[in-house]
Design a protein around this ligand. Structure first.
Ligand code: ATP
Length: 450
């Protein structure tokens, strides 16, 4: 099935010189060993769609680990490998790669375009012993390697070695589907083998403005309920990938329309009114005055905010059940617990004094408040949340525990009470200067001793 088409020019135009030189070097060494090598999958798909990416894996029809070790012996770097999968990682971001730089004729400036490592993968097939099991792996031809992939558009390969350089290998009809804009599985048990592919189908369909092919759509409807058996970690991973898309909203709506969300959890839905707050937390600049952290408990902030926006409108019970199903990280679960119990009281906020607001919101994680702010955008509630986050939460008295100790007060629970009274007085405008605070403090201490 090597088609007569050759995409060498496209490849040359897409890659920066350093990466191209590296690719050619690997191809040449493979050729010397009579090993066919290919770039495959998403890289080729994107190249043919004229939206090239720079990251490629190399598939070797033969022993990829041996090839990687030979490259390591000749040029340095370091190889790590998994013999079970026949995969090797050639780490080249190291001191000893000067040999490599010489071989590639690179100067310092474009040597920086080299990747940190290169993945070399032996062509392999996978068997699923029973539906949804993890696969058993075996060495094989490129054709069978491509057959285990999710959709035809991801099965295209460009061969790199010798006179085959740039030849398109299209065993499974991927090129035609790419032209027609179709997402198509390779066989009728694809979604049974791996139900997460249903989420991937929607992601690719919406990213490229394609259509899920008719028969594939039918298979999806038939396999939908298998999502129930997929682990939360695997589902969350696919949803994270959707949230990281350039525009995730159409994909979320499509998942809902296809009833894939309810298959994951009966309460999981996409609501159109979430589109606006979701877009704001995923795409718009986060309001700088809030000083949000970049990550929250290890989760990138935008992803964390997206889950909060999605699940905070639920009751505490439902929201925690969803978080449990997707095995959301601990911080998010805690945030949802606190946030959902806050929601029923939010409508009172505009009638409270600043100190009463602070008493309610201190202890609520800032990302939770930001998500609520976006959910209530343009309401009085949002205005209060904004003022709290950008001003009131930063207001503290001049006095601190240390001051109280130097004044001879025995440390104890009274510290908290006194400091809170001072802070509340600042917040509510009863104290407006350090002198006034001092006067209030002395008054408080006098009333205690009397
Ligand atoms: P993206 O542009 O989102 O990175 P990609 O196509 O590069 O998309 P990866 O998730 O990096 O996707 O996967 C690399 C390749 O592995 C894909 O081209 C795909 O064919 C294959 N693949 C990934 N996940 C699956 C899966 N669940 N089932 C079958 N093949 C898969």
């Amino acid at each position: 099935a090597p088609s007569r088409q050759n995409f060498a020019d496209r490849l040359e135009a897409a890659l920066p010189p350093a990466r191209l030189a590296l690719l050619k070097l690997v191809a040449q060494r493979a050729h010397q060993r009579r090993l066919p090598v290919y770039v495959v999958g998403g890289f080729v798909r994107d190249l043919l769609l004229n939206r090239p990416s720079q990251d490629f894996d190399i598939v070797v029809e033969g022993d990829a680990i041996a090839l990687a070790r030979a490259l390591e012996r000749e040029f340095g770097g370091r190889v790590t490998s998994h013999s079970r999968f026949g995969t090797a990682k050639w780490h080249i971001a190291e001191i000893r790669v000067s040999l490599l730089k010489n071989a590639l004729h690179l100067d310092e400036s474009n040597a920086n375009d080299l990747p940190e490592f290169l993945d070399l993968i032996s062509a392999r097939t996978e068997f699923y012993d029973y539906p949804t099991a993890l696969p058993t792996v075996e060495r094989s031809s490129i054709k069978l390697d491509l057959h285990r992939r999710d959709f035809t558009i991801n099965t295209l390969a460009l061969r790199l070695d010798g006179r085959h350089y740039g030849d398109l290998y299209d065993y499974w009809g991927g090129y035609a589907d790419l032209q027609r804009g179709l997402i198509r599985v390779l066989h009728s048990l694809s979604f049974v083998d791996d139900p997460t592919r249903m989420l991937r189908a929607v992601r690719f369909e919406q990213r490229f403005g394609f259509q899920i092919e008719e028969r594939t759509l039918q298979l999806m409807q038939e396999a939908r309920d298998l999502l129930r058996q997929v682990s939360g970690d695997r589902l969350r991973h696919e949803i994270d990938l959707i949230l990281a898309e350039e525009n995730p909203l159409p994909a979320l709506k499509r998942l809902d329309d296809l009833q894939l969300l309810t298959a994951i959890h009966p309460d999981l839905h996409w609501e159109p009114h979430l589109a606006e707050p979701m877009r704001k937390v995923l795409k718009d600049p986060l309001e700088p005055a809030w000083c949000l952290p970049e990550t929250w408990g290890g989760t990138p902030i935008r992803r964390a905010l997206a889950y909060l926006v999605w699940f905070l409108p639920f009751s505490t019970e439902k929201s925690l059940s969803l978080a449990q199903r997707l095995r959301l990280p601990h911080h998010l679960r805690e945030g949802l617990k606190i946030g959902t119990s806050l929601v029923p009281t939010l409508k009172d906020l505009p009638n409270l004094t600043p100190s009463q607001v602070v008493a309610r919101l201190d202890g609520v994680p800032l990302p939770v408040i930001y998500a609520l702010y976006q959910l209530y955008y343009d309401t009085e509630v949002a205005a209060v949340l904004h003022t709290y986050a950008t001003r009131w939460r930063h207001i503290h008295p001049v006095t601190d525990g240390h001051t109280l100790r130097t004044m001879g007060l025995t440390p104890g629970p009274s510290y908290r009470r006194i400091l809170w009274t001072l802070r509340a007085a600042w917040l509510d405008g009863q104290v407006q200067s350090a002198d006034q605070e001092r006067a209030l403090l002395e008054q408080l201490l006098a009333s205690r001793t009397s």
